[in-house]
Design a protein around this ligand. Structure first.
Ligand code: IPM
Ligand code: MG
Length: 354
């Protein structure tokens, strides 16, 4: 079990440290090696995804990532932005299938901005395509163009999907639905965008292979609304890269805190990159305040998907449930009467629960 550990920027190193301690405590023989990705890599080498990290990531079976980015790198040329490191590793490793579960832990029902009865029992999985779409379209820098006889700034990105790119992610989603409640909702904008007309067509064609799964379609604007109106109608959602980025943040917030949500990004052979859904939170970085649970739960997903260690994954997930039951809360999920803890103390509590 060779794991490439990329703490990244902001709160990344703090939350990764806790996940690494959890993996070590399981004593199941993980070999971990650290590398640089994102802003820290730019500072050290000028490159957000330097060759040494590329080699490490390619040789590993799995990558465990903290988060990248921060305001100090905002003015860099696009190719050097920390986010490019993340996009680069996703693309280079072919991690097209991004799984983002949103689960409401009953103990955190009050942390949600929605009424407790709306989010009760929430358990949805967003399957986001991760290596195509407008994210990897033909980019053009901001340039000057003549528009209506006047020079003005102009920019464009292209949205594109091929049939095979759509089919493979839709299949991942059907397979996931099969292991859950057999309901799949495909999200597109086919009333406007040709790319997503193709998406819908391919989803319908693929459905023939999965007669046991109930496929429905929803336009993305309606899906955004339905997620806050009645999220329990969903089981598995599948969508493209851009829509998935937006809807997964929205779904995360239903659960009370994005600080709780893990993710897996998989290639065709279950090699994967595992990272929390949240970002680098520069505002609280280095202060020991961040919630490490999303990263710890990402390590559990790694054990499940890449290493097929289901029982070790469940041990971690049960330990996280237990610390919530015991009342431990980082600031993002704190409510009066609970035991407020920082990053390290939360890690300690999970280790004790393990
Ligand atoms: C995410 C993030 C990234 C994305 C950024 C940091 C490039 O928002 O993983 O959701 O847009 O994919
Ligand atoms: Mg995002």
């Amino acid at each position: 079990m060779k794991i490439c550990v990329l703490p990244g920027d902001g709160i990344g190193p703090e939350i990764i440290a806790e996940a690494v301690r959890v993996l070590q405590a399981l004593a199941i023989g993980c070999e971990m090696e650290e590398g640089l990705l994102g802003g820290c890599a730019v500072d050290a080498t000028g490159d957000p995804y330097p060759p040494a990290t590329q080699a490490l990531a390619q040789q590993a079976d799995a990558v465990l990532l903290g988060a990248v980015g921060g305001p100090q790198w905002d003015n860099l040329p696009r190719a050097q932005r920390p986010e490019r490191g993340l996009l680069g590793i996703r693309q280079q490793l072919g991690l097209f299938a991004n799984l983002r579960p949103a689960i409401l832990y009953p103990e955190l029902a009050n942390a949600s901005s929605l009424k407790a009865e709306v989010v009760a029992g929430l358990d949805i999985l967003i399957v986001r395509e991760l290596t195509g779409d407008i994210y990897f379209g033909q980019p053009r820098g901001i340039e000057m163009r003549v528009v209506d006889g006047r020079q003005e700034r102009f920019a464009f990105n292209t949205m594109h999907y091929s049939e095979s790119e759509i089919r493979r992610i839709v299949r991942v989603a059907f397979e996931a639905a099969r292991k859950r409640n057999r309901k799949l909702c495909s999200v597109d904008k086919m009333n406007v965008l040709e790319t997503t007309q193709l998406w819908r067509d391919v989803a319908n064609e693929t459905a023939v292979e999965y007669p046991d799964v109930d496929l429905s379609h929803m336009l993305v604007d309606n899906a955004a609304m339905q997620l806050v109106r009645n999220p329990s109608q969903f089981d598995v959602l599948v969508t493209g890269n851009l829509f998935g980025d937006i809807l997964s943040d929205e779904a995360a917030m239903l659960t009370g805190s994005i600080g709780m949500l893990p993710s897996a990004s998989l290639d065709a052979n279950n090699k994967g990159l595992y990272e929390p859904c949240h970002g680098s939170a520069p505002d609280i970085a280095g202060r020991g305040l961040a919630n490490p649970l999303a990263t710890i739960l990402s390590a559990a997903m790694m054990l499940r998907y890449t290493f097929a260690q289901e029982s070790a994954a469940l041990r971690i997930e049960n330990a996280v449930r237990k610390v919530l039951q015991q009342g431990y809360r980082t600031a993002d999920i704190y409510e009066p009467g609970m035991q407020k803890v920082g990053t390290r103390a939360m890690g300690d509590a999970v280790l004790a629960a393990l």
